[in-house]
Design a protein around this ligand. Sequence first.
Ligand code: NAG
Ligand code: NAG
Ligand code: NAG
Length: 504
Amino acid sequence: MAGRLGIAVVVLVVCTLSLFSSIGVPRPYSTVRKVDVNDLWRTADSGGWRASSAPRSYWPPPPTESNGYLRVRCNGGLNQQRSAICNAVVAARIMNATLVLPDLDTNSFWRDESGFPGIYDVEHFIKSLRYDVRIVRSLPEISSNGKTKKMKSYQIRPPRDAPLSWYTTFALEMMKQHGAIYLTPFSHRLAEEIDNPELQRLRCRVNYHALRFKPHIMQISSEIVNKLRAQGHFMSIHLRFEMDMLAFAGCIDIFTPEEQKILIKYRKENFAEKELVYRERRLIGKCPLTPEEVGLILRSMGFDNSTRIYLASGELFGGERFMKPFREMFPHLENHSSVGPEKLEENARGLAGSAVDYMVCLLSDIFVPTYDGPSNFANNLMGHRLYYGFRTIIQPDRKALAPIFVDREEGRGSGFEERVRQVMYRTNFGGPHKRVRPESFYTNSWPECFCQPESKNPKDKCPPENVVEVLGSQLQSEESEGSEEGKDANQAAATGRAEEEGST
Ligand SMILES: *[C@@H]1O[C@H](CO)[C@@H](O)[C@H](O)[C@H]1NC(C)=O
Ligand SMILES: *[C@@H]1O[C@H](CO)[C@@H](O)[C@H](O)[C@H]1NC(C)=O
Ligand SMILES: *[C@@H]1O[C@H](CO)[C@@H](O)[C@H](O)[C@H]1NC(C)=O
C-alpha cells in the first residue's frame, strides 16, 4: 500500500517537473522509480473500501399487486445486453412492474440462438432479485372466448438515456392501459447517472450477483483459468483491434490498400460520414492500440517474455502481420481456442464465447483493456474487476502515449521506455477512484456500490450484517399479507436464508 502511494507521490513530482516530455524532447529521467511489476500481480490498494450492493436504507419488497408486465429487447453484444438487463430491473422496480425475462438479440450470423436461458442461470437470477422485483419467464396466457393465447404487449421505443421519470409517467401509463409493454430496442435506454444510490446499488446487485453465466460456461472458464494458473499468474488482454472498431475510429493508414478498402466500405455502411485524418485521430488517442504498441507498453513497464498472456478478442484485423511483433515480445500467448475445450469452438464467436472470455478476463491477475471507447466488453470488465476486489487493471492512456509512439516511429526513440513508464505510472491500477466522465457507472460504481466498515460518513458505512435476513422477513410478511387478502403471491421462494448475494 505504502509502496503504491509512494509511487504516486514520485509520479506527481516527476510529472510536474517534466512538462517537456509532451513536446517531444526526450530527456533522461533518472529520478523515475522502476515499476515493480511483481506488485502489479496483486490486487490494487483498497483504501479500506469493500464491495457492497445491499440496500442501506428501508427497502420494501416488490408489492404483491403489480402494475403490469415489462418486456424488453436487449440489442447489441453480450456486454451491451448486460447493462441493459440491469436497467430493465431498475425500470421494473420503479414501475412496480413484473419483469418478463429479457429478450436478448441473438447474432444470426454466428447461429447463436440461445437467448437469456442459454447464457445465464435463470433460477439464480430470479431468486437473487426476489427482494427487488418480480420476474416471470414469459408473459402469461390469457383466455378470452374460451380460447387461451399469449398476452399481447404494447410496443414502445424508449428515448435514449431516458430519465427515471419517463418510466414512472408515460411508460407506466401505457402499461396500465395495456397490461404489458414491450420496450425495444433497449440498449442505453435509462440514464446511467441517476441520483439515487439505492437504485444504483440495485444495478450492482443485478450486474455482479444476479447475472451468473450458466454452469457449463463457468465450468469451461474455470478450466481455462486453472490451466493458465497452473504455471503461475497470468494477464488477460482485450485487443480491440477488430474491423468494426478500426472502421469506427477511422484509423486506416497502417493497412494495405485492399484492407483500407474493406474498412472504408464498412465505415460507409455503418457509420455517419466524417472526415478523418489518421495522424490527427491518432494524436488525440482515438485509434485502437496496435498489438505491437501494447507489447511495447508492457515491455517498457518491465514485463518480460515469460509473462503468460490470455488474449480475448474477436478476429484481429490484418491478421498475423500485426500479431507477429507482439508474439515475438510475448511468446506465451493463449486464447480460448488454444486452451479451451474443443466443444467451445462450435460457439466460440457467439455469446457463449464472449462469456468465456469475460470470465477469464474477470479472473485473471491483471487485465489490460486496450480500447475503452465504445467497448462495452472492456468497460464492463473494468467495473466488475473493481467490484470483485480491486483487481489490477493496466489501462493505457492512448492520448498521452500517442506522441511518444510517433516520436519513436520518426526516429526520436531515445528515452522511449522511460517516457512510456511515466505515463503508465499515473494510473492507479484499478483501485477505488472517483468517476470521471466519460467513465460510466458500469465501468466504475464507486462509491455507491462500496462501503467502509468504520466510515464516519453514514452514506459510506457498510450495511448491518443481517441485512439479508431483514429483507427476507419483510418479503415474507408482505407475501402472507398478500395471500390473506386473497391475492396471488406468485413467488414462493421467500424462505430468506442469508446468502452471498447482496450481503457482501
Ligand atoms: C410502488 O409501490 C410502492 C409501495 O407499495 C408505492 O409507494 C409506490 O408509489 C408505487 N409506485 C408506483 C409507480 O406504482
Ligand atoms: C526471453 O528473453 C531472453 C533474453 O532476455 C532470451 O534469452 C530467451 O530466449 C527468451 N525466451 C523466449 C521464449 O523467447
Ligand atoms: C488463437 O491462438 C491460436 C494459436 O496461437 C491461433 O491459431 C488462432 O488464430 C487464435 N485465435 C484467435 C481467435 O485469435
